[in-house]
Design a protein around this ligand. Structure first.
Ligand SMILES: C[S@@+](CC[C@H](N)C(=O)[O-])C[C@H]1O[C@@H](n2cnc3c(N)ncnc32)[C@H](O)[C@@H]1O
Length: 305
């Protein structure tokens, strides 16, 4: 699948490291990442949707790609869905945040800084290769998929969730623009001052956001890409529509204010609203609408046994 970005692969990877290294320390609070029952329930829902059902049997050796701060993998470990985790990422800072969280949660893990497109692991050494919100950052998706097949044991699976769909990517522009317009009133209501330009433009790498995202996927094309890479039993589903429109609006508003001046109560209410809309999406919209309508795609597939 060709990247939509005109930038070179090396530049895209370099920007991904810069952007995610800068984002690591505030990443969990920016994205409302939770490692307690709420986060585990979210992750269980996504993983089950991708596979078609929640498996009673855990995956033995699991390799995560683009682990970030551990949202997906540390919750899956706590849920008992995987037994042994090797967490990888191109950003060293993301992985050191993940290690600290794993330590706090008492979870034994291995980490490795690596690019998804050249994995430093033996052939056929994992039962599961998985990730969340990472495939859309990879300039050479075909190269990465052939690495996933190589390191998987026969019959092994891939599971990826949180990948933006083409339609959802376009849709996200609306709440971002609306929130930018509403931001001065919102800050006034909360008594928060506007974020200082140097912090907003340079400090957290936010200005690099358009350069780190290189794909938004059409489900039918993604299906073909996986089949061409040699995967069988490809399943692609969609999730989150209302929750994402709301989530983009909230994050855009919050980004316009000095972080310390956004009241905790606001953050708490905003997060609850997001969880409530996720439930509405899951119960009412996902069973009725086609995957391409949703913001996020979830997928699974197998290597022949
Ligand atoms: C949007 S974040 C998602 C992090 C985490 N999986 C989560 O859901 O919170 C994407 C992650 O992919 C990593 N990444 C970007 N390009 C990569 C590449 N070429 N190889 C491996 N990881 C990459 C980034 O450093 C970042 O941690």
């Amino acid at each position: 699948m060709p990247a939509r970005s005109p930038l070179t692969p090396d530049y895209i990877k370099h920007v991904n490291v810069r952007y995610h290294d800068a984002a690591a320390s505030e990443y969990d609070s920016k994205w409302g990442i939770d490692f307690g029952p709420t986060g585990q329930q979210q992750v269980r829902g996504k993983f089950g949707k991708a596979l078609g059902e929640w498996r009673a049997e855990p995956f033995g050796d699991a390799l995560e790609i683009g682990s970030g701060t551990g949202y997906f993998s540390l919750n899956l470990l706590q849920l008992g869905a995987i037994e042994r985790l090797v967490a990888t990422d191109i950003s060293p800072e993301m992985l050191s945040t993940l290690s600290a969280t794993a330590g706090r949660l008492g979870l034994a893990i291995e980490t490795k800084v690596t690019d998804a497109e050249t994995l430093p692991f033996e052939d056929e050494s994992f039962d599961l290769v998985f990730g969340h919100a990472v495939l859309h950052h990879l300039p050479d998706l075909d190269g990465a998929l052939s690495e996933f097949i190589r390191v998987l044991r026969p019959g092994g699976a891939i599971v990826f969730c949180g990948e933006p769909s083409r339609y959802g990517d376009l849709l996200a522009v609306l709440p971002k623009r609306g929130a930018q317009l509403a931001a001065p009133l919102w800050r006034l209501a909360l008594g928060a001052s506007a974020r200082k330009p140097d912090a907003a433009e340079n400090g957290d790498g936010h200005e690099l956001e358009p350069e780190v995202d290189v794909h938004a996927f059409a489900p039918s094309l993604l299906d073909r890409t996986l089949a061409d890479a040699g995967f069988k039993e490809v399943r692609i589903g969609g999730e989150e529509l209302l929750a994402n429109v709301y989530g983009w609006a909230v994050r855009t508003l919050e980004h316009t204010a000095e972080p310390d001046e956004v009241p905790y109560r606001w953050r708490e209410l905003a997060f609850r609203g997001y969880i409530a809309l996720q439930r509405v999406d899951t119960a009412l919209l996902e069973p009725r609408l086609p995957p391409s309508i949703f913001y996020n795609l979830v997928l699974s597939a197998r290597k022949s046994g």
